[in-house]
Structures are given as structure tokens and as C-alpha cells.
Ligand binder design. Structure first.
Ligand SMILES: *[C@@H]1O[C@H](CO)[C@@H](O)[C@H](O)[C@H]1NC(C)=O
Ligand SMILES: *[C@@H]1O[C@H](CO)[C@@H](O)[C@H](O)[C@H]1NC(C)=O
Ligand SMILES: *[C@@H]1O[C@H](CO)[C@@H](O)[C@H](O)[C@H]1NC(C)=O
Ligand SMILES: *[C@@H]1O[C@H](CO)[C@@H](O)[C@H](O)[C@H]1NC(C)=O
Ligand SMILES: *[C@@H]1O[C@H](CO)[C@@H](O)[C@H](O)[C@H]1NC(C)=O
Ligand SMILES: *[C@@H]1O[C@H](CO)[C@@H](O)[C@H](O)[C@H]1NC(C)=O
Length: 428
């Protein structure tokens, strides 16, 4: 009788420790799904045309309106006033975007300022002058209040890069974030940033502990790691290094190395949001019969039919082509990403399988969540499978982990109660 009881309690202790470990390794917290939305997709033709109302506001926790611009005098500008606003018969996209919170009241909407096309120089000018920074802080609060956003996202691509001004961008960016964050507190606005990924770039642009202190979350742009600019085929965003990655620089060009570096550099895991691309890079092979990784190319591949940019193809564009054309699909089991080719066109992209693995890495490393560039590139029409196949994958992978954690903490609680009961009853 006592032996049996003892066994039960011993089992309880073991299970409880096990469960406690698992629970503390990944506390039950809501992970972020940070979704950038390229508003210009409303101008696309056919199946590529994506309107604000095509967004599923239940599949993201944060929606990023991309992009607002910046003036060198510290003012924020609308990049496309007709699309952004309602006046003069405009599309009124900002209002329609923020109205998505009526469907999902927990959704946060964020104004993203910058992006690749906005360049680096205007940011560097504003960052270097306390008075201009003040103008920017003031104007950003006015902007968020005017339109009903919940936060601001700084997309300066990138401090100390793509400008020759010689200012201390790295330190200036910390001051700027500090001033923004402090001014936002009374309004409860969040402050985030989109940041470059690889060690060499991060070292040039960011004081990681400095910016981490003021940013509520940090969106790592873990893509564009290889592309047609390399002269050979390579992966846009491989999860792991490959056999050909021998130099120190090559070893940085994968998602795992990027996450490890950001953690090592001193960013809190819970603030890091791992970016995944919903687009691929296309290449034109020199010889259609030589189609492996590192194969010679003559340049970028043809543009996607809707996005119209050479060397880039969105998931929706590629999956639609694959429905009618005999593409060969290959899974690279070393680097854990797919590629596909037809004739002289070769494409590195992400699919359900690779997005699942990246989401699992974010969970394993206890990051704050997943960021997506960008949702209008997903199969939002359900041409090739379920609607928003890639976003759904992130949602399901995170939801599964959350259910598991909830069960673990329930089991943990259950055994703790049994233990407490018997410990008291028998005063062991
Ligand atoms: C900054 O420049 C823009 C464009 O010239 C102008 O519209 C805006 O009013 C200026 N802002 C300030 C604060 O001077
Ligand atoms: C921004 O500056 C203007 C002019 O000084 C002022 O009227 C306004 O209240 C400021 N806005 C915020 C949000 O601080
Ligand atoms: C402040 O913002 C956070 C994060 O967006 C949110 O969870 C919280 O409910 C907000 N608090 C108030 C008082 O609005
Ligand atoms: C293309 O590659 C194949 C396979 O390696 C080779 O047999 C063929 O000669 C190459 N063609 C050209 C034009 O180089
Ligand atoms: C591939 O090449 C074949 C043979 O030349 C051609 O019929 C087909 O249209 C090409 N497919 C694509 C997608 O380029
Ligand atoms: C996934 O989507 C469902 C419904 O669309 C939503 O209730 C749930 O909160 C989402 N899960 C995560 C982890 O975001």
C-alpha cells in the first residue's frame, strides 16, 4: 500500500520536474505574427491584385502598413497620398487598413516608415540632428493618433550603409529610438524596427543592446541572403548552412546563424521576431542542364507576372505557374529549403515545409514570434491549396506549440496538487 503510494508520488515528482522544465523553457505566451503589407499590391493585375479587404485580420497579431516616407526636415510623408487617403476620390487605404481592427479587436496596426526604396540618407540626416529627431517624434505621434495606429516601425535600410554622410548612424539610431520610446509611453504606442540580418551587416548598423532597450520588438529581415547578384544559384533564406559554405561570410548566410548571432549580440529572445520571405529569387541558368546549387547563371530570372520585378517571384505567382507548367521541385535536405526549375529558370523560395521548420526554430529559441514579408505574396486567393497557405502554416505551427504548452502546464499543475495533497496528508 505505502510502496504503491510512494511510487505514485515519486512519479508525480519526476513528471512535475519534467513538466516544469518544459514549461519554463517555453512559457505559455502569445507569440507575435508580424505581417508586413505592401500597399502597392492593389495596383497589380489579375490574381495578383490585393486589396486591403483581402487581408485576413485573424491570421496576424500585428499588421504593418508599408510604407510611410521621411523628409530630410524630419517630417513624415505619405508615399502615395491617393492610395493612402480618401480625399479627392482616393482609395483611403489607411482608414480601411485600421478598420480591420473591427473584425479582430486584438489586432495591432503599425505604421512602417522607410523600406528599401526610401534609401538611407534622409534617415541619417534626421538621426544626426536632435531638433530634426524631435520633429520626427512629434510628427509620428500626430500620425499615429490621426489614423488610429497602435505603433511605429522604423525601417531604416540601413544605419551606416547606403549613405556616405559619415555620421555616427549607429549611436544616432539609439538616441532616436530612446526619444521615440519615451515620447510614446503616455500613448501606449509600440516601437519596433525592421533590421538587417547577418553578423557583418548588424555590426555596421546597430548597437544591439542599445536599440534592444527601447524597441518593443525587432523584426529580423532574414532573407535576400543569396540572389542573382552572386552570379550562381543560391538560397534566398536557407535555414541551415550548406556544404559549399566554407568562408566565415558564407557561414553567416542562413537563418540559424542569424538568430544565434542576434542572441549572442545581446538582444532578448522575447523581442526577436524572425522574418520569413513569402517571395523567392529567380535566376537564369547558363545551361539548363546544370541546375544544382551554385550553378552558373547569366543573370536574374524573369519577373513574376504580377509583381513585375526581374529576379523576384512571389509565392502566389510561382504556385500558380506550377499548376500548369512542369517545374521540377527539389527539397534540399541539408539546408532545409526547396528550389524549383524549368528550362533556364531556377527559383529559390519558401514553402509550407520550410516555413514550418523556421517557425519551429523560432519556438525552440524562444523568440517573440514570426515576421512575414509580405502577406500579399501569399496564395491569398487559395489558387493552389487553402487560402493564405503560408500564413496558415505559421498560425498552426504556433497554435500547436501553444496547445502543447498549455497541456504541459495543466499536467504540471495536476501533479503538483497531488503532491501537495499527499505531502500534507502524510507529512513526508
Ligand atoms: C518638411 O518638408 C516637406 C516637403 O518639403 C514639407 O511639406 C513639410 O511641411 C516640412 N516640414 C517641416 C516641419 O518643416
Ligand atoms: C507637435 O508640435 C506642435 C507644434 O509645436 C504642437 O502643437 C503639437 O501639440 C505637437 N504634437 C505632439 C503630439 O506633441
Ligand atoms: C498597451 O499596449 C499593449 C501592447 O500593445 C497592450 O497589450 C495593452 O493592453 C495596452 N494597454 C493599454 C492601457 O491600452
Ligand atoms: C550543358 O551541360 C551539359 C551537362 O553537363 C553538357 O553536356 C553540355 O555540353 C552543356 N552545354 C553547353 C552549351 O555548354
Ligand atoms: C520550356 O521549354 C519548352 C521547350 O522549348 C517550351 O515548350 C516551354 O514552353 C518552356 N516552358 C517554360 C515555362 O519556359
Ligand atoms: C490562428 O488563427 C485563429 C483563427 O483564425 C486564431 O483564433 C488564433 O489566435 C491564431 N493563432 C495564433 C497562434 O495566432
Amino acid at each position: 500500500m505505502f510502496a504503491k503510494l510512494f511510487l505514485l508520488i515519486a512519479l508525480g515528482v519526476v513528471l512535475q520536474q519534467h513538466a516544469a522544465e518544459a514549461a519554463s523553457a517555453s512559457p505559455v505566451e502569445k507569440k507575435k505574427i508580424v505581417c508586413y503589407y505592401g500597399t502597392w499590391a492593389t495596383y497589380r493585375q489579375g490574381n495578383g491584385k490585393h486589396n486591403t479587404e483581402d487581408i485576413d485580420p485573424r491570421l496576424c497579431t500585428h499588421l504593418m502598413y508599408s510604407f510611410f516616407g521621411i523628409h530630410p526636415n524630419g517630417s513624415i510623408r505619405l508615399t502615395d497620398p491617393w492610395l493612402d487617403e480618401e480625399e479627392d476620390g482616393g482609395l483611403g487605404n489607411i482608414k480601411r487598413f485600421n478598420n480591420l481592427k473591427l473584425i479582430n479587436p486584438k489586432l495591432k496596426t503599425i505604421a512602417a516608415v522607410g523600406g528599401w526604396n526610401e534609401g538611407s540618407e534622409k534617415f541619417a540626416i534626421v538621426a544626426n540632428d536632435p531638433q530634426l529627431r524631435k520633429t520626427f517624434v512629434n510628427e509620428s505621434i500626430a500620425l499615429l493618433l490621426k489614423y488610429g495606429f497602435d505603433g511605429l516601425d522604423m525601417d531604416w535600410e540601413y544605419p551606416k550603409k547606403r549613405n556616405e554622410l559619415g555620421y555616427d548612424d549607429k549611436a544616432n539610431f539609439v538616441s532616436w529610438c530612446k526619444e521615440l520610446k519615451e515620447a510614446f509611453i503616455p500613448y501606449n504606442f509600440s516601437l519596433s524596427a525592421a533590421v538587417s540580418a547577418t553578423e557583418d551587416s548588424v555590426k555596421i548598423s546597430y548597437d544591439v543592446p542599445g536599440v534592444s532597450k527601447y524597441l518593443d520588438f525587432i523584426n529580423i529581415m532574414a532573407y535576400d541572403l543569396n540572389g542573382p547578384w552572386d552570379g550562381v544559384t543560391g538560397f534566398n533564406a536557407a535555414l541551415l548552412p550548406g556544404q559549399n559554405d566554407v568562408t566565415a561570410v558564407q557561414k553567416q548566410l542562413n537563418v540559424e546563424a542569424i538568430v544565434n548571432y542576434w542572441l549572442e549580440a545581446g538582444a532578448p529572445a522575447s523581442k526577436l521576431i524572425l522574418g520569413v520571405p513569402f517571395y523567392g529569387h529567380s535566376f537564369t541558368l547558363t545551361n539548363a542542364s546544370v541546375h544544382g546549387l551554385g550553378a552558373p547563371i547569366t543573370g536574374p530570372g524573369p519577373a513574376g507576372p504580377y509583381s513585375g520585378e526581374g529576379g523576384t517571384i512571389n509565392y502566389i505567382e510561382l504556385c500558380e505557374k506550377q499548376l500548369t507548367e512542369p517545374w521540377t521541385a527539389v527539397w534540399d535536405d541539408v539546408q532545409k529549403v526547396p528550389y524549383t526549375y524549368i528550362n533556364q529558370t531556377w527559383v529559390s523560395y519558401d514553402n509550407i515545409q520550410s516555413i514550418t521548420l523556421k517557425t519551429e526554430l523560432a519556438l525552440k529559441k524562444q523568440l517573440g514570434g514570426i515576421m512575414v514579408w509580405s502577406i500579399e505574396s501569399d496564395d491569398f486567393r487559395g489558387l493552389c491549396g487553402p487560402k493564405y497557405a503560408l500564413l496558415q502554416t505559421i498560425n498552426k505551427t504556433l497554435a500547436k506549440a501553444q496547445t502543447k504548452q498549455t497541456i504541459i502546464s495543466m499536467v504540471n499543475n495536476y501533479f503538483k496538487q497531488i503532491n501537495d495533497f499527499f505531502s500534507e496528508a502524510f507529512s513526508f
